[in-house]
Design a protein around this ligand. Structure first.
Ligand SMILES: *[C@@H]1O[C@H](CO)[C@@H](O)[C@H](O)[C@H]1NC(C)=O
Ligand SMILES: *[C@@H]1O[C@H](CO)[C@@H](O)[C@H](O)[C@H]1NC(C)=O
Ligand SMILES: *[C@@H]1O[C@H](CO)[C@@H](O)[C@H](O)[C@H]1NC(C)=O
Ligand SMILES: *[C@@H]1O[C@H](CO)[C@@H](O)[C@H](O)[C@H]1NC(C)=O
Ligand SMILES: [Zn+2]
Length: 499
């Protein structure tokens, strides 16, 4: 598919630089997205095979940069990235691993699945298991197996890689990754790069400029019910013993149960909801809307992702924190909107995305749809992982260090200081949730997270991610939901029923 865009061309992986993608750039139509490796964002770009073009890019590139051959036609590019996690977490998890270990086990997995295996090849596979632990610099696999590896590596560092594999293998690659690695499927076609226009941030700037304590907002956000949240999360994780949800992985039946339930619960609060499919096989996005009571096209959007991921090899994925917490947070906001009879001066959307764990796929589809429709999104705030608090740490709110609109991030931080002063606010490298999809389509967007630092939840991407466990703190979930809600009320404008 990539090859269609430029019949002859090259692949470029370069530190993100808006100048590379400016309107007059020869590669502006070859953008495949930004991806993180440690502290750096990289852009994946295809370039035409044209000396003038590559020469014109030089001022915007680092000293040394490689132009690589394009992947084979029909293959799927996948960005693999190690999560930024707290020291010590990796050692605690026997399922954590390095990229080389993963690539080996991925090769083994597909070699074992292959119907063309001969008995002698099977013998080699069996024998190679015994080799685990011995260290070869390239691969610990026997040469015959390694030669059948189903991927091509285009870029590799200790904490990230860009590989291409066949489309069918790409679909389930996330279920084979070691703990603390995640995968993003690159789009099949180039996407347009849309920096957030300064004018689109004007509304947030104005709200920030006029920000001061509003007692009505305090009384509304203080009405969020922690008892209701404790109840709601147990449906989503299956801990209630009634929902039947074992997993909310995007392809699971549990995710479909959750989607239907979320739609109904949001509708109970007066919202109009739609299940919006975005890719075959994936559970849909749940998009709920409260129309403005005045004539306007401005829309404020709060979101979370309801799909989940479990431990390697396990079909159990309760996703209590990731991202049952953010999902429960926006549902608690909806329930409070109904209880308090809040009406908005701006359209408000509450959205539960799917396909986040496969690379923000649900939110990318929706953000592109909104961009194509010329939507006026004045602010988008994604909540992803709100409930885990490490022993001895204060209540915290983590804001994104790299991805997001700075004014939007500052607004959330300032609102927190005003309404929820007990939260310690700081920045987090925990990266790349659904707000990135909106930010890349030119909408002001930011994120709220549970920690002013890297991920510390030992049950992250683990089948033990339940709500009833040590460190899962409803007080912190409540505190961050209040911040998200208060920011919505300030940004959208609202009315309460007259007493
Ligand atoms: C929320 O407000 C309603 C009515 O305004 C009240 O009945 C209810 O007890 C409040 N709940 C909480 C958790 O404050
Ligand atoms: C979006 O809505 C805001 C707030 O009502 C308004 O000021 C702005 O002009 C609108 N922008 C566009 C592009 O329609
Ligand atoms: C939104 O409303 C603003 C102001 O009312 C108007 O200027 C703008 O064209 C509208 N935008 C769209 C996409 O309809
Ligand atoms: C708002 O945020 C800015 C930047 O983080 C900070 O300098 C300022 O003190 C904050 N203001 C309030 C009122 O919290
Ligand atoms: Zn998440």
């Amino acid at each position: 598919m990539l090859a269609n865009a430029f019949p002859v061309g090259l692949l470029l992986i370069a530190p993100f630089n808006p100048a590379l993608l400016a309107q007059d750039s020869c590669v502006k139509n070859g953008f495949y997205g930004n991806y993180r490796d440690g502290d750096t964002m990289y852009s994946v770009i295809t370039t035409p095979w044209d000396h003038d073009c590559t020469y014109s890019l030089k001022p915007h590139l680092p000293q040394v940069v490689e132009f690589l051959p394009l992947p084979e036609e029909g293959s799927q590019l996948v960005w693999l990235e190690e999560d930024v996690i707290e020291d010590g977490l990796r050692e605690m998890n026997e399922l954590s691993g390095t990229l080389d270990q993963f690539l080996d086990s991925f090769t083994m997995h597909w070699a074992k699945q292959s119907q063309y295996n001969t008995p002698s090849q099977q013998a080699v596979l069996g024998a190679s298991s015994a080799h685990h632990g011995t260290h070869h610099s390239i691969s610990r696999l026997p040469l015959e197996v390694w030669e059948q590896r189903p991927y091509t590596v285009h870029y590799q560092s200790p904490s990230a890689a860009l590989v291409s594999i066949s489309a069918d293998k790409a679909q389930t690659i996330d279920t084979l990754l070691p703990a603390y690695w995640k995968s993003t499927l690159l789009p099949r076609e180039p996407i347009s790069y849309q920096p957030v226009p300064s004018a689109s941030v004007n509304h947030v700037r104005e709200v920030l400029h006029n920000l001061k304590f509003n007692p009505d907002i305090a009384s509304v956000v203080n009405n969020i019910s922690i008892a209701q949240m404790k109840n709601d999360i147990r449906f989503l994780t299956g801990e209630d013993g009634k929902s039947g949800i074992v997993s909310r992985h995007s392809f699971s039946t549990g995710a479909r149960t959750a989607a239907k339930w979320l739609k109904e619960r949001f509708e109970d609060t007066g919202a109009t909801c739609e299940l919006k499919p975005f890719l075959t096989g994936f559970t849909p996005n749940v998009v709920c809307r409260y129309p403005a009571i005045i004539e306007t096209n401005a829309t404020v959007l709060l979101s979370a992702h309801y799909d989940s991921r479990g431990s390697f090899g396990s079909t159990r994925a309760p996703g209590g924190d990731d991202d049952g917490s953010g999902t429960t947070g926006i549902l608690s906001i909806a329930r409070t909107i109904a209880r308090k009879g809040v009406k908005f001066h701006s359209n408000v959307e509450l959205v539960a995305f799917a396909g986040e764990e496969q690379g923000l796929l649900g939110s990318k589809a929706y953000a592109r749809e909104l961009r194509a429709a010329g939507a006026n999104i004045t602010l988008m705030i994604q909540a992803d992982m709100l409930a885990y608090r490490a022993p001895g740490e204060p209540l915290q709110l983590g804001l994104p260090d790299l991805i997001g609109t700075p004014e939007a991030t500052q607004l959330v931080g300032n609102v927190s200081g005003i309404y929820v002063p007990e939260l310690h606010v700081g920045f987090t490298p925990a990266c790349c949730s659904d707000h990135q999809s909106f930010h890349e389509q030119g909408f002001p967007a930011t994120q709220v997270f549970e920690r002013a630092g890297p991920i510390a939840d030992p049950m992250y991407h683990n089948s033990g991610d339940l709500s009833d466990r040590e460190g899962y703190d409803f007080e912190q979930l409540l505190a961050i939901a209040k911040v998200q809600f208060a920011t919505l009320l300030h940004t959208a404008g609202f009315e309460l029923p007259s007493k």
